[in-house]
Design a binder for this molecule. Structure first.
Ligand code: DAH
Length: 350
């Protein structure tokens, strides 16, 4: 058999093998075996030295052609096997994006916390600090320092959970006033604070009473603070919580720690002041208590009441939320029924 026939036979045998090979590793072996230095084509070419001068180029170019054909066949088959491999991998890793997902339930802050957050934001914006105080409080701060000595009749206004004679569950956030005043360094500027938190009263729970509820205390002490500053601040609070159209009205009242003291009404946000069931036909709704800080309170906290003065206020976020959202039973806030609480979602506030 001459060299050309041998090459032709080799070619068809190899092409058959290349066509049927199934994996990439094997085709690489075929390539090395067939076209490498020790492969059959090289061997055939080595035999060319015995050929005549005329035959040599003819067989040489035929051999090159065979090698090119085989190289191309191998490349094509490799490419195809590569595509098959990727397709198989994709098939295995397929994700069905039409499957229903697992929905993640997002929580929300409690409606009372939403009201407190709104007030904190407002007061921080006006340069107030937000201060915390203990819920288990001393009689000294809850009452004495707020100008309510032991035998003061106004103590009866706040039925108290006593733990010992001297320790109690705070009935109001006002003691944080005294704690903050004692520590304040007036050489660093005026005192402006609010203090939100829980308070406790020995009341029987009903639609308008809860043995535990919330207050936000406010206090400003500086030189030259007047009742006009108080009124402006109260009006800003009313408008922030109940709407830009709101007006306020101050009525004389009594608190032991302020003099003069006022009760603050806001014009009814439901009827705009004409009279409806929310405002009991008066056009006004009572929302908080306030006043000018009593000189005794300043003196007890070590502040010179002839130089410094200020105003204070105390409001109830529970009452604010009841009014604003038409909730007619304060106990709803503390039952933690998700069906009730989830009505006040903070869409767009997150
Ligand atoms: N502590 C009062 C209460 O619980 C509320 C209050 C009224 C606080 C007037 C104040 C204030 O700071 O000035 O009834």
């Amino acid at each position: 058999m001459d060299l050309k026939d041998r090459l032709t036979e080799l070619k068809f045998k190899a092409l058959g093998e290349i066509e049927t090979v199934e994996d990439l590793k094997r085709i690489n072996e075929i390539r090395v075996n067939l076209l490498g230095k020790k492969g059959p084509i090289t061997e055939v070419l080595r035999g060319m030295k015995d050929l005549s001068k005329e035959e040599r180029p003819v067989v040489g170019s035929f051999a090159n052609k065979v090698r090119d054909e085989l190289t191309e066949a191998i490349a094509k088959r490799s490419e195809k096997l590569e595509i098959i491999k990727i397709a198989k991998k994709l098939e295995k890793e397929k994700i069905d994006v039409t499957l229903p997902g697992v929905s993640v339930k997002v929580g929300q802050s409690h409606i009372i916390m939403q009201v407190i957050d709104q007030l904190e934001k407002f007061f921080l914006g006006m340069g107030y600090q937000v201060v915390d105080g203990p819920e288990v409080e001393e009689d000294h701060y809850n009452f004495e320092m707020m100008n309510l000595p032991k035998d003061h009749p106004a103590r009866d206004m706040q039925d108290t959970f006593y733990i010992t004679n001297q320790i109690l569950m705070r009935t109001q956030t006002s003691p944080v006033q005294a704690r903050t005043m004692e520590k304040h360094d007036f050489s660093k500027g005026p005192l402006k604070m609010i203090s939100p938190g829980k308070v406790y009263r020995r009341d029987t729970d009903d639609a308008t009473h809860s043995h535990q509820f919330h207050q936000v205390e406010g206090l400003v002490i500086d030189k030259h603070i007047t009742m006009a500053d108080l009124k402006g601040t109260l009006q800003a609070i009313a408008r922030t919580v109940f709407g830009d159209e709101r007006e306020i009205r101050l009525r004389p009242s009594y608190f032991p720690f302020t003099e003069p003291s006022v009760e603050v009404d806001v014009s009814c946000f439901k009827c705009g002041g004409n009279g409806c069931s929310v405002c009991k036909q008066t056009g006004w709704i009572e929302v908080l208590g306030a006043g000018m800080v009593h000189p005794n309170v300043l003196t007890m906290a070590g502040i010179d009441s002839t130089v410094y003065g200020g105003f204070a206020f105390g409001l109830g976020p529970d009452r604010f939320a009841m009014l604003k959202y038409g909730v007619d039973d304060i106990r709803e806030f503390y039952l933690n029924d998700v069906r009730f609480l989830s009505q006040f979602s903070q869409k767009g506030q997150r």
